[in-house]
Write a protein that binds this ligand. Structure first.
Ligand code: FES
Length: 122
């Protein structure tokens, strides 16, 4: 069902955890499958995301997309991170089964939520 890239990412996800003194936290869920994804970020004064971690209660695709999403945002300015689309995450994973595309949408939403949280706190 999953390609090798997704399985590798799922088997050895990066940036698992939670940043206790995070500047922004985004927690999103999908009502139909019940999966939950949370991304926490450290963001410096110039708006660069210096660290990102995730905690995901969900399927293999949700874990894999979370891992990729955190890697994609680290080092980026928040404005650039906001332009990351779920299709970018899917592309990095070299594809997801059609019924698993919504898992990548969670990753895009979690990024946006974390940045919105950061902006709200500022
Ligand atoms: Fe819902 Fe993967 S099945 S996030």
């Amino acid at each position: 069902m999953y390609n090798e890239k997704v399985m590798q990412e799922f088997a050895a996800p990066q940036n698992v955890g939670f940043i206790e003194d995070a500047d922004g936290v985004g927690k999103v869920g999908n009502a139909s499958c019940g999966d939950i994804m949370e991304i926490s970020m450290k963001i410096d004064d110039s708006g660069i995301i210096t660290d990102a971690k995730f905690r995901t209660f969900g399927c293999a695709a949700a874990i894999a997309t979370s891992s990729v999403a955190t890697r994609m945002v680290i080092g980026k300015h928040i404005d650039d991170a906001l332009s990351i689309k779920n299709s970018d995450v899917v592309e990095t994973l070299e594809g997801l089964p059609p019924q698993k595309i919504h898992c990548s949408v969670l990753a895009e939403e979690a990024i946006k939520e974390a940045i919105a949280d950061y902006k709200a706190k500022k």
